[in-house]
Design a protein around this ligand. Structure first.
Ligand SMILES: Nc1nc2c(ncn2[C@@H]2O[C@H](COP(=O)(O)OP(=O)(O)OP(=O)(O)O)[C@@H](O)[C@H]2O)c(=O)[nH]1
Length: 318
């Protein structure tokens, strides 16, 4: 059976990102949603559209979950918590990637629903590899994205039927992540798979902060992600400079640590760790703002200011 999403016309509602619909009369729901798929199918576009604005979480609770939260959106009575699934490596089947995939499986195996994105009308080996990684027992919603690129809609029905044979998807949703009405409709489709429970985040704790704040958060996130559990949470990131020149942003930030020994953890051998923190933060900020970012990172021990040699430049493309 193809899901009702295929048949039922959806009433025009406000575009995604506009004011929230009135709270639905119904129990509160809240759960984790993972968006997976091979590169370039539109996962980020979908996530950004679903989350609306990039939202930061001011609550400490975020750090207690096993997931890296990429966005939270509360619509009506339901709170959607989107989580990241880093490194869905499908290109090479070597041992390293296999162990990476295991880590990914761990990240995906305790979400409430998985959104598997493919391009409408297409399914190749790379898609099959991602699909094969998905754990059993968790509902998977198939998003046939980029529907606007399908010119012969009639050919989609047999393709969707062929998809039913590949996996017992919970829903089949042809849509375009760039279409606001499709996004609006998608909340209602996903909602059913989230458990009835209280929200994890008070919507008041979700803020759409300034770009300056986002930059600090991004560096902070990479810092903790790449240093593992070793680095105490007392380390902070300070934005020293934030300048905009057209679409280019120049940012200078300082990672402030408590001790000399912590500095080593952040810098890594020959500055590799710090360089990676800078590169990854820059890449994500560029994606977020759709413009070039020059990010300069420094590390300072809170008590001392003579550490400027720890500077790493990650100007543009290294
Ligand atoms: N026409 C059309 N293009 C889309 C749609 N969704 C995404 N795209 C485009 O597809 C390209 C890839 O989109 P991304 O969102 O970056 O894809 P991704 O899956 O996150 O890619 P990776 O980060 O490489 O994994 C971009 O150029 C998007 O603008 C859609 O619904 N219709």
């Amino acid at each position: 059976m193809l899901a009702r999403a295929l048949r039922k016309p959806v009433p025009d509602t406000e575009p995604a990102g506009a004011s929230m619909p009135e709270p639905a009369a119904g129990p509160k729901r809240c759960g984790f949603v993972a968006i997976v798929g091979k590169p370039n199918v539109g996962k980020s576009t979908l996530l950004n559209a679903l989350v609306g604005q990039k939202i930061s979480i001011t609550s400490r609770k975020a750090q207690t979950t096993r997931h890296r939260i990429t966005g939270v959106r509360t619509v009506g009575a339901t709170q959607f918590v989107f989580v990241d699934t880093p490194g869905f490596q499908t290109r090479h089947g070597n041992a390293l990637n296999r162990s990476l995939n295991k880590a990914v499986l761990g990240a995906v195996s305790d979400v409430d629903v998985i959104v598997f994105v493919v391009e409408a009308g297409h399914f190749n080996l790379a898609d099959a590899k991602v699909l094969a990684l998905l754990p059993a027992g968790i509902p998977v919603i198939l998003v046939a994205n980029k529907l606007d690129m399908v010119h012969r809609r009639g050919e989609l029905a047999p393709w969707l039927r062929s998809m039913q044979e590949r996996h017992p998807f919970a829903e089949y949703v042809p849509m375009s992540a760039k279409n606001a009405k499709d996004i609006q409709r998608f909340y209602a489709i996903v909602e059913k798979y989230l458990p009835e429970q209280d929200w994890m985040y008070d919507p008041d704790e979700l803020t759409d902060r300034s770009e300056r704040f986002m930059a600090a958060e991004m560096v902070r996130e990479k810092l903790f992600r790449l240093t593992g559990d070793e680095l105490p949470y007392t380390s902070t990131v300070v934005i020293d400079r934030f300048e905009e020149e057209g679409k280019l942003r120049r940012i200078a930030a300082t990672i402030v640590v408590e001790r000399e020994s912590h500095k080593g953890m952040v810098i890594g051998e020959k500055g590799e760790k710090l360089k990676r923190i800078g590169t990854e933060a820059r890449q994500e900020l560029e994606k977020l703002w759709d413009g070039k970012v020059f990010l300069e990172l420094w590390v300072k021990v809170r008590s001392g200011w003579a550490d400027d040699e720890a500077r790493v430049r990650s100007f543009g493309y290294e």
